[in-house]
Design a binder for this molecule. Structure first.
Ligand SMILES: [Zn+2]
Length: 268
């Protein structure tokens, strides 16, 4: 356990990290990658990361940049292909930031206290999140018509739980990217474990997306949508799944799985 002096040093480092994160969050807000609330939540996650160490802050920045860049490549083509199916496009709000970064932040706060495998869990959570982002973005851009993981029937591009070959390669690439960055930054040497954990987390995301995640329907356009208000302005109706099990809940559970699998595999 660190003594009081050490803890004060961690807190001071976290405060400096919050200032640095605020600069990045404002820039991300200005380019439309984060909403106002999303930027505020990102400052908290950034502070938690630097509480663990500057290299953890660097890993968070690399994760965020990779996800943002991959989301922006071919954006107009992706929007045409999904046609308003996706729950939230564009700027990430606070709920989305917490759904993707909350488990990582909680693990990061445990790292300086020497809690066993908190580091592996933190990297596993980020790996699961980026694996899901890469799978969605690369699958939407380059994949064919996806199939649902449940029953393998074809589903519209952008549907939660839909998988394609390109999306699956993207999933592996996203998890491995975080695992590789973690090695280069010296935060975790468990490349195979965190990559595998990230893939398992993203697969849980697809599985929940295809089963219990709420499915909504726009009665005006007669189209499936994940949005509560469709792009046409009509309130959508619940067409299946659980009302509270939205994309954010599923993302949170996926990152929790990534963290848990990484911590368990690190124990063995
Ligand atoms: Zn509509």
């Amino acid at each position: 356990m660190p003594d009081a002096h050490m803890v004060r040093m961690f807190v001071e480092r976290g405060a400096l990290g919050a200032i640095a994160a605020a600069g990045i969050a404002v820039a991300a807000w200005r380019v439309g990658a984060l909403s106002r609330s999303g930027a505020a939540a990102a400052v908290v996650v950034g502070a938690a990361a630097t509480f663990a160490g500057w290299n953890w802050g660097a890993l968070l920045i690399i994760y965020f940049l990779a996800g943002t860049i991959v989301s922006r490549i071919g954006r107009s083509r992706k929007e045409r292909r999904t046609g308003g199916v996706v729950a939230k496009g564009g700027a990430r709000d606070a709920t989305q930031v917490v759904a993707n970064g909350g488990v990582f932040a909680a693990c990061a706060l445990c790292i300086p206290f020497g809690i066993a495998h908190a580091g592996a869990a933190a990297v596993g959570a980020l790996a699961a999140s980026l694996a899901d982002t890469f799978a969605t973005e690369i699958g939407t851009l380059l994949g064919g018509i996806p199939r649902s993981v449940r029953g393998l029937r074809r589903v519209p591009v952008g549907t939660s739980g839909g998988i394609s070959g390109a999306g699956t390669l993207g999933m592996v690439a996203g998890a491995a990217f975080v695992g590789g960055a973690a090695i280069l930054l010296g935060v975790s040497a468990l490349f195979a474990i965190v990559t595998l954990a990230g893939m398992v987390g993203a697969m849980v995301d697809s599985l929940l997306g295809a089963t219990v995640q709420e499915r909504r329907w726009c009665p005006t356009c007669e189209r499936a949508s994940e949005r509560r208000i469709h792009t046409c302005g009509t309130a959508t109706l619940l067409a299946g799944g659980r009302e509270w099990m939205n994309n954010d809940t599923v993302n949170f559970l996926a990152t929790f799985t990534g963290a848990g699998v990484a911590a368990v595999l690190a124990t063995i």
